[in-house]
Ligand binder design. Structure first.
Ligand code: TEU
Ligand code: CA
Length: 561
């Protein structure tokens, strides 16, 4: 059943667990998660059955964007510990049979990085060209680009009388990848970490490192994206990065590639091009909110569109390259609150989503707390939010006439802080995350939703994740086998067949809170079926051709031919 033309790789067969260190586990009572906290929870992580840990940035940082603004790539953020803790974390992760990948933030640094502080000093400073500096144009910014976090993408520097480019916050100046020394410096940093023993990188906004030359004005943000994403030298840089660093290690790479579509996906992950192992595509998390408009307004979306995104991304890379699969990350709302029902069907819908994530082809990424069904937080006041982009969007929209109540509702739904509330470990104060005052409030539902409860309850979401991961691991068909979407237009049921001719499985998922019926005449071609998993203990069907499903009911069948 494993296609002979598919090269087996450990990272294709792995399940990844993403950690947001600031919110994972605090070991010393300062209210901030840290490396020793992660160390103390490695057995828990291993117990889920995952193979790889992806650590969001832990480097030295003034924390304007929680570590995505790095001031020293070879040092650890003060609040998180020191390099010895990091070495211990790498060793202990390996001792427990897992691998560890880090976040490479190389499109920009912090404005407090030594390179930028030098660069800012004078136009003839040797580091000047490490960043993208331009003089004013007709007394204004060099072009009309906007920052992803709102406002202009240029900041004026009084001392040298020029502007620097920042696609994100003004404390995150963009590096100038056209400068060969910049590239070499990044490759050196990567090598340094590989030599310390890490197993790969998730690469932050890596598709934005090459900008269209001349940095032309854009008519709108969509057009601006076209000037930023997959620019003219992107593939050249990534191939160079492979020659200089990646080829030397048995590592995995996953590029965050918002906006990369079609042929450019193929060009980035084709196995014969030696660029990235896989990328994160974002289409499925852009259906209900317009990231280009950036106003956090909820949009109506259809399951059929969601399904087509998953099907097309699978078909596109069939036999060509590898996909990643995720339902959320640290920039997104809780998947359960977004695609499921975090109230009356919390357990059922979380298990349905686990069934989905772990039966897709492509490497699955689980985000901390997803495995216990953590939900969005709905804090009462904007003062309770910490994420710079949520705060900016709130203030901007309110100053442009949106009511504070309406804006708070949008924040409740889409704030990045939904994913960043502390991990809930037990029913004690602050969910066992810290003995001090947490840097961001704990979701008040921690008394019911926490890992201690989840571990002790055999029917919990956590145990279901373990079972699903085990199912995936027991049979390579789940990793490599084909994917075929059924009933494209059905707006409630997501159903697909996995596997190859001799061995096939049906996955059927009710993505709605309604009872529904799924008619599948082609099922008649099979002699019978064997139920492997369901999120309802009393799941029964009479015929594979005609299946009744309760809210969020999921089933996985082996089809007997
Ligand atoms: O995110 C890039 C990115 O595209 C996000 O800004 C996204 O548009 C937004 O979060 C959606 O709400 C990466 C990191 O994942 C993010 O945490 C960083 O803030 C950002 O880069 C800058 O480094
Ligand atoms: Ca701490």
């Amino acid at each position: 059943m494993v296609k002979p033309d598919f090269k087996r790789k450990w990272w294709k067969e792995a399940v990844v667990y993403q950690i947001y260190p600031r919110s994972f586990k605090d070991s010393n009572g300062d209210g901030i998660g840290d490396l020793r906290g992660i160390l103390s929870k490695l057995d828990y992580i291993r117990s889920i059955g995952v193979d790889v840990i992806w650590l969001c940035p832990v480097y030295k940082s003034p924390n304007c964007d929680n570590g995505y603004d790095i001031s020293d790539y070879r040092a650890i953020m003060d609040e998180f510990g020191d390099i010895n803790d990091m070495k211990e974390l790498i060793t202990e992760t390996h001792n427990k049979g897992m691998k560890l990948i880090m976040d490479l933030v190389a499109n920009h640094t912090s404005d407090e990085h030594e390179w930028f502080m030098e660069s800012k000093k004078a136009k003839d400073n040797p580091y000047r060209d490490y960043y993208i500096w331009k003089p004013a144009l007709n007394g204004q910014e060099p072009n009309n680009w906007r920052s992803f976090f709102g406002g202009k993408a240029w900041k004026y520097d009084e001392d040298t009388g020029e502007y620097y480019l920042h696609l994100f916050a003004d404390k995150q100046p963009d590096l100038n990848w056209e400068n060969e020394t910049v590239r070499k410096s990044i490759y050196d940093i990567m090598t340094w970490w590989f030599e310390l023993g890490i197993d790969g990188f998730r690469m932050d906004v890596i598709n934005m490192i090459s900008k269209t030359s001349g940095l032309p004005d854009a008519d709108n943000f969509g057009e601006q994206l076209a000037y930023i994403i997959n620019g003219p030298r992107f593939h050249e840089y990534i191939q160079e990065m492979n020659r200089e660093v990646l080829d030397k290690y048995d590592c995995m790479t996953v590029g965050e590639c918002f906006g990369t579509v079609g042929e450019e996906v193929v060009n980035t992950v084709s196995e014969d091009r030696n660029e990235l192992d896989m990328i994160f595509r974002m289409e499925h998390v852009c259906l209900d909110v317009d990231l280009v408009a950036g106003n956090m307004k909820r949009l109506d979306w259809k399951l059929s569109d969601f399904k087509k995104i998953f099907a097309e991304k699978d078909y596109l890379l069939e036999g060509v390259g590898w996909n990643s699969q995720f339902l959320m990350n640290h920039d997104q709302p809780r998947a359960l609150s977004r695609f499921g029902n975090d109230k009356e069907y919390r357990v059922e819908s979380a298990k349905m989503l686990a069934t989905f994530l772990l039966t897709l082809r492509g490497t699955p990424y689980i985000y901390q707390g997803e495995e216990i069904g953590m939900t969005n937080a709905a804090f009462e006041s904007i003062e309770d939010y910490r994420d710079l982009s949520s705060i900016y969007t709130y203030n901007y929209e309110v100053s442009n006439g949106v009511s504070p109540e309406e804006m708070l509702e949008r924040i409740h739904r889409f704030s990045r802080d939904n994913a960043r509330t502390p991990m809930q470990w037990d029913a004690s104060e602050h969910g066992g995350f810290t003995e001090g005052k947490p840097w961001i409030k704990v979701n008040p539902n921690y008394k019911e939703i926490n890992t201690a409860q989840a571990e002790s309850d055999k029917d919990s979401i956590y145990h279901y994740y373990r079972d699903m991961i085990k199912l995936r691991k027991d049979n390579l068909v789940w990793v490599y086998g084909g994917f075929k979407l059924l009933a494209e237009e059905d707006e409630k049921v997501f159903a697909y067949v996995r596997g190859e001719e001799e061995e096939q499985y049906l996955v059927i998922l009710n993505f709605s809170g309604d009872e529904t019926r799924f008619i599948w005449p082609e099922g008649g071609a099979y002699r019978s079926q064997e139920l492997l998993v369901s999120n309802y203990a009393d799941h029964r069907i009479n015929s594979i051709c005609d299946i009744n499903l309760r809210p969020y009911e999921a089933g996985v069948y082996k089809l007997i031919q």
